[in-house]
Design a protein around this ligand. Structure first.
Ligand code: PMT
Length: 222
């Protein structure tokens, strides 16, 4: 959308998965490729914004003109986000952050023994929730990966995490969402909603950014 003008604005974006180590050679993670978040970063840079992209381990190439900070764990992602959030006008949480990490990070490789292995996990920080709860919080946009009752869960995330907008994707539709070049989004805000796609993530990112720009300007002028 050519009307999207974010000149002079700073946009902070998280992308990709986080990786939570279990021992020196193993980790748990998820299938996020970073494509959606990197497409958001490219669209924001094209719209003239200063873009800070906090990225988990991915193999997609960073867009030109974007400041990339690479992290592995949810805690590192939180630290990097908190370092840049003060300067941010808009925060977009595209990352698929691991909700839990191993309670104990073993110093040595976990040995094979017995037929079952039990590990204990503890909760990771909720980056988006912490950002949205800041006294001088940026305009906070969350993503929601849902496999059922998409609208219901998306609206509840909007309210519970006090977000400006939520972009929900149904991750059960094959060929869309995690690791695909395509996605479909159902975007919710306080008094409205809009469906985008299915479309290539690069196109969806431009459409979503234009919607964010519209809502952000609407909110700032109130
Ligand atoms: O990376 P791709 O392969 O392109 O795939 C894109 C995607 C499917 C990962 C993306 O479109 C998406 O849906 N991202 C959010 C995935 C997710 O983990 O959703 P969630 O419902 O668990 O989390 C809700 C929101 O809270 C998200 O904005 C997430 O970034 C944020 N969150 C979640 C947990 C946590 N500990 N900290 C967070 O900030």
């Amino acid at each position: 959308d050519q009307a999207t003008d974010l000149q002079g604005k700073t946009i902070l974006i998280t992308a990709g998965p986080t990786r939570e180590p279990l021992d020196p050679v193993r980790y748990i993670s998820n299938h996020s490729s970073g494509k959606m978040g990197y497409a958001m970063a490219a669209a924001a840079a094209d719209a003239g914004a200063n873009v800070v992209l906090v990225s988990g381990p991915v193999s997609v190439r960073p867009p030109a003109g974007v400041d990339v900070m690479r992290v592995e764990t949810a805690q590192q992602m939180l630290d990097a986000v908190m370092q840049h959030v003060k300067a941010a006008d808009i925060f977009i949480a595209t990352a698929a952050v691991a909700d839990y990490k191993a309670k104990v990070l073993e110093n040595n490789k976990i040995k094979k023994k017995g037929d079952e292995l039990t590990l204990t996990f503890v909760k990771n920080p909720d980056i988006l929730k912490e950002v949205a709860a800041l006294p001088d919080a940026p305009f906070a946009v969350g993503f929601a990966a849902e496999s059922q009752n998409l609208a219901h869960y998306a609206k509840s995330k909007l309210e519970k995490k006090k977000l400006a907008m939520v972009a929900a994707n149904d991750i059960t539709t094959s060929g869309l969402g995690f690791n695909s070049d395509y996605n479909a989004l159902h975007v919710f805000w306080e008094n409205g909603d809009k469906q985008l796609g299915p479309a290539p993530k690069t196109q969806l990112a431009r459409e979503l950014l234009s919607l964010i720009d519209e809502r952000y300007k609407n909110k700032s002028s109130n």
